[in-house]
Design a protein around this ligand. Structure first.
Ligand code: APR
Ligand code: ZN
Ligand code: ZN
Length: 361
């Protein structure tokens, strides 16, 4: 029988979000219903509300979540009722061009639930990133559920579902930072600080945090930055070069998503180094670079989708490392809030006051 639960919906572009009654169908073939325990507030939720992603209102927001599987549909074997899972928005298909060549983290046709959740009027909801998790229960594709050690707290585990995984993965999976390497991270919000935590985990010996806000730089130190650079106090490229014997770093993670910070990243890396863009630009942004420098500096200019993560590989591993005390995921949780507080959390996020607000259900 379909269930009725409470969830946070963006009904109309730009309007404050509201808590509505949501109808959750029983899971069909390949689907699962998950009782959400915690869901972080991400910039992407705000972008949906502002019409910045697409116009398919109304949206059921929230996508950075952990919870307990309540029911599964026909043919689901990987997860079962009672499992503690982190939701992911890239359930790989196993069949597309990327999957077939053994690079499933690039999967081009990821899975979502086939059925729609609706309002009580019957109007279909667009689930944010194919999840929709500011809601007591949600319907997803079973491949979007990754089982992890239930000893982890839901508010901490859920963060791996989006921004924190994007940052850690940008450093480790995309940037391939390793023992003894140097890395600079531009933009030390939730994503950038996760890249710093990831770089420390991977054994980077020089970790330079770059931001325009001293509070963020203090947080970055706490996550493992060995040096900090405030771009307001002089050219950040020069400052990073000074800290690296004049060379620049092996890897630069750009976690802002702006042309000026991308240019800084480009010139901040050492010869044959790697630039990783994980910050998300807007459609209007362009960047101009000397082609000779692109050639002459060698190395790699990469983008990182969701930290190039493979949820089935990365989520359980990162939760285990967290439980061993090697990855302080709890430090990303600035505040715990209720379903009714999401609009307020958006304002705090815009003000740059939080790393993550997490809705507890
Ligand atoms: N130079 C350096 N740092 C900057 C600059 C700049 N010119 N402009 C902004 N920043 C810093 C901010 O001070 C802040 O600390 O970048 C950080 C951005 O952090 P958040 O706003 O918290 O964003 P976050 O959640 O970390 O996401 C970063 O990744 O997933 C994408 O859409 C997301 O583009 C965004 C990026
Ligand atoms: Zn695929
Ligand atoms: Zn997100």
């Amino acid at each position: 029988m379909p269930q009725q639960v409470r969830g946070v919906v963006s009904l109309k572009k730009g309007d404050p979000v509201s808590v509505e009654t949501i109808v959750i169908p029983d899971p069909g073939p390949g689907e699962a219903v998950v009782a959400v325990q915690a869901c972080g507030v991400c910039h992407t939720d705000l972008h949906y509300r502002e019409g910045g992603i697409n116009d398919e209102f109304p949206f059921l927001l929230g996508h950075e979540a952990a919870g307990i599987v309540e029911a599964v549909g026909e043919g689901v074997t990987d997860v079962a009722p009672g499992d503690f899972v982190i939701l992911n928005w890239r359930a790989v298909c196993g069949n597309c061009r990327a999957c077939r060549r053994g690079e499933p983290w690039y999967c081009f046709t990821t899975h979502n639930a086939a059925q729609k959740m609706t309002l009580t009027s019957g109007q279909e909801l667009s689930a944010a990133l194919g999840i929709g998790a500011f809601v007591e229960k949600t319907l997803v594709h079973a491949g979007q559920c990754t089982k992890v050690n239930p000893a982890a707290k839901p508010e901490v585990a859920g963060l791996l579902g989006c921004g924190v995984m994007a940052g850690i993965g940008a450093a480790i999976n995309t940037g391939k930072v390793g023992r003894g390497d140097s890395i600079a991270v531009i933009g030390c919000g939730g994503v950038g600080n996760a890249a710093i935590a990831g770089a420390r985990l991977a054994g980077a010996s020089t970790i330079i945090a770059v931001d325009i806000d001293d509070t963020k730089l203090a947080w970055a130190k706490d996550f493992g930055a060995t040096h900090t650079v405030n771009s307001r106090h002089g050219d950040p490229v020069e400052q990073v070069r000074e800290l690296t014997g004049g060379f620049g770093t092996d890897v630069v993670v750009e976690a802002v998503g702006r042309p000026e910070t991308y240019r800084q990243a480009f010139f901040m890396r050492d010869l044959a180094g790697t630039v990783v863009l994980v910050g998300v630009p807007t459609p209007q942004m362009t960047v101009e670079l000397p082609l000779l420098e692109i050639f002459g500096r060698g190395g790699a200019l990469k983008s990182s989708w969701y930290g190039d993560c493979l949820p089935s590989r990365d989520f359980p591993m990162l939760i285990d490392l967290h439980l061993q005390g090697r990855l302080p995921l709890e430090k990303f949780v600035t505040e715990k809030i209720g379903l009714d507080d999401v609009e307020k959390a958006f304002h705090r996020m815009e003000g740059g006051e939080v790393l993550r607000s997490v809705v507890i259900l």
